[in-house]
Design a protein around this ligand. Structure first.
Ligand code: TYM
Length: 333
């Protein structure tokens, strides 16, 4: 039997190489397997947990969809929709927030990172955001959730919520307990400026990330300027231990060519770093520029994009509203 796949991406600006290698590349592989049922969600409700400009948000929803399609997700073989159009997500999130314990949420490291020093100023939504994420997943009886490493803890919380709800209401197996799909290696792509920090949309410097909309010159320039160290290329994995930037760049290269870090180390051992950077730029340009050009083309076809979201939302709504009806019965509404 195929897997029931669900995953989401926030429409908070350009998607970057971290989103692509950590998540979207896996979406495409899972979507290519005809046995799987795939649902990919543009999570706009999650996006507004931090301040968004309404006009930009509307564009970013389309751009996120365009990035999915340009990366190779097939809209005929998956349901793609934006979260806010299926009201079941907000409803289920409320009900599940009565199952989730505050103690569980207060352990979430992403909230601590995103809220920064002044936690009191963070929105309530940012705090309870993993509960909405659990609703997203559980509404569709998802069996597998492909995500980057940074979402692992949220997935564990989702599993806890599902199990707790099933046992509190004595409805064994009502919510399916989903499995994360997280790559073993390179599941956390780091900033090009600091190998100890995650590559992220929110980092101020655009030089810290490769965007899926970058052109060849931008990519080459960013790799040229990417932080490295003064050591030669490593000849073993051990030599990469305290070299986060080198390790990250070599991981990106290995992931892009579907190879392993070990093989990349062998291929470049004894060479100088600038030679490696040239090869990395070349591979990046080969993979990312076609995606970037396709995104730009798709963004001129607004009606086509809106039609996909419309179709997707109808299909998603059918499944999710049925599940919410059952949730209502179970809790006694
Ligand atoms: P978001 O929008 O921050 O990121 C989307 C996906 O990209 C992955 N990712 C990374 N992977 C590797 N290295 C990085 N530097 C990197 N940055 C981002 C994320 O792990 C994610 O898989 N809460 C989620 C969205 C969400 C969701 C869901 C996911 C909402 N509901 C239900 C799965 C299932 C988020 O904010 O992802």
């Amino acid at each position: 039997m195929g897997k029931k796949i669900f995953s989401g991406v926030q429409p908070t600006g350009n998607l970057h190489l971290g989103n692509y290698l950590g998540a979207i590349k896996n979406f495409v592989e899972l979507n290519n397997d005809k046995h799987n049922h795939c649902i990919f969600c543009v999570v706009d409700l999650h996006a507004i947990t931090t301040k968004q400009d309404p006009k930009e948000l509307r564009n970013n929803i389309r751009e996120t969809l365009a990035s999915f399609l340009a990366s190779g997700i097939n809209p005929k073989r998956s349901i793609i929709f934006n979260q806010s159009r299926v009201s079941a997500h907000s409803e289920a999130a409320w009900i599940l927030s009565c199952t989730a314990r505050t103690g569980w949420l207060s352990r979430m490291t992403q909230f601590k990172e995103k809220a920064g020093k002044d936690k009191e100023k963070a929105s309530v939504g940012l705090y309870s955001y993993p509960v909405l994420m659990a609703a997203d997943i559980l509404l569709y009886d998802s069996t597998h959730v492909p995500v980057g490493d940074d979402q692992k803890q949220h997935l564990e919380l989702c599993r806890d919520i599902a199990q707790r709800f099933n046992s509190d209401f004595e409805v064994e197996d009502f919510f399916k307990v989903p499995e994360p799909i997280i790559q073993k290696e390179f599941s956390r792509i780091m900033s090009l400026k600091d190998g100890t920090k995650k590559m992220s949309k929110s980092e101020l410097s655009d030089l810290s990330r490769i965007n899926l909309t970058d052109d060849a010159d931008q990519i080459i320039n960013k790799i040229k300027k990417a932080k490295t160290d003064s050591f030669p290329m490593p000849s073993s994995k051990e030599e990469l231990k305290d070299r986060p930037e080198a390790k990250n760049l070599m991981g990106i290269y290995s992931n892009l060519i579907n190879s392993t870090l070990e093989k990349t180390i062998i291929d470049f051992s004894g060479k100088n770093f600038s030679e490696f950077k040239n090869s990395l730029s070349q591979v990046l340009v080969e993979k990312i520029v076609p995606i970037s050009e396709e995104i730009k083309k798709l963004l001129t076809e607004k009606n086509y994009l809106d039609k996909i979201l419309q179709d997707g939302h109808e299909k998603a709504n059918e499944i999710a509203s049925e599940k919410v009806k059952k949730i209502h019965e179970i809790v006694g509404f």
